[in-house]
Design a protein around this ligand. Structure first.
Ligand code: CTP
Ligand code: MG
Length: 182
């Protein structure tokens, strides 16, 4: 078995996941800058809880997918020069879109569990978008996914995402982008 170089693995993981992380973060930044976003559920409820809640908007969804796709395209452009892997044309769309859809599904489940918008559901909140990105990409470009997301990269992603998510949410909370520090 090959010896694992942790620094290389860290750089590779950040490179592969950066479009997904930024896809997940950008709606919060856009949402705090432009307050009058339109909710995806049109304000409708199932029983006493909203279908998705005011935290899931058309503008946020679009911002996340577009920003993620732009970052992935920039990486594709520099990949040869930097000798790094590149996203496939399918993954450029499915990684950010899957991230945003995963986040929507999590909010749908949170509302069904009577958890209000912005209240925490640990582990799901941190990983919904990662699982969403991976699943949508596995469905549409299985080969690209398995070629890049080896077991060490997957394990590193889960650990780093958890740590980064925590750090960025605390910062986001302090600068007023997030409503809660998680
Ligand atoms: N956001 C958005 N549209 C999306 C996803 C996110 O407008 N599709 C914005 C909202 O302003 C949201 C913020 O990004 O408040 C942070 O996203 P998130 O933490 O996922 O939403 P919460 O407000 O915590 O709501 P929920 O409990 O449903 O996760
Ligand atoms: Mg949240």
């Amino acid at each position: 078995m090959e010896k694992i170089n942790f620094i290389e693995l860290f750089i590779l993981t950040v490179w592969l996941m950066l479009p997904v992380w930024l896809a997940n973060m950008s709606p919060a930044i856009a949402g705090s800058a432009f307050k009058n976003f339109s909710p995806l559920d049109f304000g409708k409820s199932i029983g006493s809880q909203r279908i998705l809640g005011d935290g899931k908007t058309f503008e946020g969804l679009l911002t996340g997918i577009v920003i993620g796709a732009i970052i992935a395209t920039i990486e594709l452009y520099f990949s040869k020069q930097l000798n790094m892997p590149s996203y496939s044309l399918i993954a450029i769309i499915t990684m950010p879109a899957g991230a945003l859809f995963g986040d929507l599904i999590a909010s749908f489940l949170k509302r069904r569990l009577d958890i209000k918008r912005g209240s925490a559901l640990p582990i799901i909140d941190q990983l919904d978008f990662v699982i969403g990105a991976w699943l949508l990409t596995i469905i549409f470009d299985y080969n690209w996914y398995v070629n890049h997301f080896t077991i060490p990269v997957i394990m590193f992603t889960l650990v780093i995402t958890g740590i980064f998510h925590f750090i960025f949410n605390v910062i986001g909370y302090k600068i007023g982008v997030c409503n809660e520090p998680w």
